[in-house]
Design a protein around this ligand. Structure first.
Ligand SMILES: [Ca+2]
Length: 251
């Protein structure tokens, strides 16, 4: 078992420590966007539950070409802990390597379909809203491609509000999350942040009016109203209206 683990740790160390694979430049980033590179994407969750309830948020790796393959990932996640906290002590909770209470972080099926994995919650700080996580395939002859969920997180809502779920670099050597390809190099990819918006249950007609009045606006427009941008994508459009419709309750 130890012998099988060693190459994986070596790969992880190379990924984390090799400054040659330094961060993507801006130009690189734009190129990445235009060429539809793989994305590491966090769910955008809009909820109307009460404080104390929990929501599941997935992190999905999309569009990894089979010619490239994925053997591991390493990311830092940050969020506003006044709105949501990672649920503690659930049935699938993991103990952070840094110590502290176990939290509900579940490895997704993406890498596990290819073989046994090592999934580590390196550190979790529920007060700061920060977690560093890593996962590697133990058998380096295998790799995963296509699209799949790499991580499932369970958050407990603290109060109504919105928190971004930001993806970041797990180390000073990168400026985004790290995805390792089958050649043990850093895979070009695009991080896509998510969010949780937790709203108090209110009259849907209020939302409908607010969205209608601000429809079509973006920040700096005269009719812009951030309250109408229910999915927080900086435009009030049909997708905000769909949220209103979804939350409409027949009196
Ligand atoms: Ca919007």
């Amino acid at each position: 078992m130890i012998n099988r683990l060693l190459p994986s740790f070596a790969v992880l160390l190379i990924i984390l420590l090799c400054p040659v694979n330094l961060s993507l430049t801006c130009a690189h980033f734009e190129k990445a966007l235009s060429q539809a590179l793989p994305t590491l994407e966090i769910d955008r969750v809009y909820n109307m539950t009460e404080a104390g309830q929990t929501v599941i948020v997935n992190v999905t790796l999309r569009n990894v070409p089979s010619t490239i393959g994925c053997v591991g990932w390493n990311l830092k996640l940050t969020w506003d802990s006044s709105v949501a906290r990672l649920t503690t002590d659930g049935p699938d909770s993991v103990a952070p390597a840094s110590g502290g209470p176990s939290v509900v972080l579940i490895e997704g099926p993406f890498l596990r379909y290819a073989g046994a994995t090592l999934f580590v919650a390196t550190s979790v700080d529920n007060d700061q809203g920060e977690a560093v996580l890593a996962c590697v395939l133990l058998d380096q002859r295998m790799n995963a491609s296509g699209t799949g969920v790499v991580l499932m997180m369970n958050f407990t809502i603290v109060k109504p509000g919105t928190t971004a779920l930001e993806l970041g670099s797990p180390s000073p050597y990168f400026n985004q999350s790290v995805v390792a390809d089958a050649s043990n190099r850093v895979m070009d990819h695009v991080d896509i942040e998510g969010w949780i918006t937790e709203r108090e249950e209110g009259p849907a007609t209020y939302d409908a009016v607010v969205v209608m009045l601000a429809f079509g606006s973006i920040p700096d427009n005269l009719k812009w109203n951030p309250e109408a941008d229910l999915n927080n994508d900086s435009i009030v459009d049909i997708f905000d209206a769909i949220i209103v419709a979804g939350n409409y309750r027949v009196p």
